[in-house]
Ligand binder design. Structure first.
Ligand SMILES: [Zn+2]
Length: 79
């Protein structure tokens, strides 16, 4: 079974919680630390969906240019 997933319909969401100790002293380690981070996806709003489509198109264009430049021998000295 194939699962249909359109990446344009989703937004990555990062929620960061900093404990009271590290709000005051972010540089120190502390065994009672309760800092946490969650990474998840949520549905994109219509505006975010349009931005996702524009971002993906720009990235595909950048990649196509990179490959064309490589094929033309312009990138030989770059990794
Ligand atoms: Zn902490």
């Amino acid at each position: 079974m194939l699962i249909h997933h359109n990446p344009d319909d989703w937004v990555t969401q990062v929620i960061r919680h900093v404990c009271e100790y590290h709000k005051r002293q972010p540089w120190a380690s502390w065994p009672g630390c309760t800092c946490s981070t969650s990474i998840s996806s949520r549905r994109a709003t219509p505006e975010e969906r349009l931005q996702n489509i524009a971002d993906r198109a720009a990235e595909e264009k950048r990649r196509a240019k990179h490959m064309a430049d490589y094929d033309a021998g312009k990138l030989k000295d770059q990794p």
